[in-house]
Design a protein around this ligand. Structure first.
Ligand code: HEM
Ligand code: HEM
Length: 185
């Protein structure tokens, strides 16, 4: 059986999709709450966890994009109107762009803020993308926050569309992104 995405999303694409969904949820919840923490030593640990998981998403996004270019995508389920398929495709590429842009803007913010270097999960020192630069840090921070809310909106539309297909259209759009499903015929 091929791992390529011929009639369904293969196991590799599914694994990338759902792993990144879970990690995004973790990094978003931590990101939104870490500013409220008391300034104890644990505070730095939580920031480092946010940054480390965020950079892990960036690495997975790179691998995922490579796999996507190699393995392709199944055609839209039969009967999908052209315009709808186009909107889905644009949304998917915008989501790809954001899983790169979110961690990159966070990394740039961290770099330009002139903070002490942090270690990825305490293991390896992460290089800085730029020397300290207050203007750039502000810009990257604003981008990090704004793009996050764009991501939230797109994910809501995207997940809503998947559930709409599943519940109301009763087609295979969601099923073929889930483990265990086999194409008919
Ligand atoms: C997909 C990856 C990421 C997501 C979804 C994400 C999401 C978030 C969110 C929702 C916030 C809170 C925004 C606010 O209300 O101000 C935040 C803050 C922050 N993020 Fe990320 N982040 C990601 C990756 C990263 C990475 C890789 C770094 C650094 C290497 C980073 C550094 C920061 C910092 C320093 C803050 C605090 C900003 C402040 O205190 O104003 N993030 N992030
Ligand atoms: C949390 C963030 C999410 C991101 C960043 C994301 C991203 C993506 C991307 C980029 C694709 C296109 C795959 C490709 O071309 O390689 C995709 C497909 C898909 N996603 Fe998500 N997704 C997320 C959440 C969800 C959720 C919560 C659901 C379900 C409720 C879902 C259901 C699907 C389905 C069914 C497909 C396949 C669509 C098709 O076959 O045309 N996704 N997702």
């Amino acid at each position: 059986m091929t791992l390529k995405n011929i009639t369904r999303w293969g196991a590799v694409s599914q694994a990338f999709h759902w792993t990144i969904v879970v990690l995004l949820l973790v990094v978003a919840v931590v990101g939104l709450t870490m500013g409220e923490l008391p300034r104890t030593p644990k505070y730095f640990w939580v920031y480092t966890a946010h940054k480390s998981v965020g950079l892990t998403i960036l690495a997975l996004a790179l691998l995922r994009l490579g796999w996507r270019l190699y393995a392709g995508a199944p055609p839209p389920v039969a009967g999908t109107p052209r315009l709808q398929a186009m909107i889905a495709s644009v949304t998917h590429w915008a989501l790809y762009a954001l899983i790169f842009a979110m961690p990159l803007s966070g990394w740039l913010y961290d770099s330009a803020s002139g903070l002490r270097p942090f270690r990825w999960f305490g293991l390896a020192e992460v290089p800085k993308l730029s020397p300290p630069n207050e203007g750039l840090a502000d810009l990257a921070n604003d981008a990090h926050e704004t793009m996050f809310w764009v991501l939230v909106l797109l994910v809501a539309a995207h997940a809503g569309a998947a559930l709409y297909h599943h519940i109301f259209q009763r087609d295979d759009t969601l099923r073929r992104m889930l483990p265990g499903w086999r194409a008919r015929g």
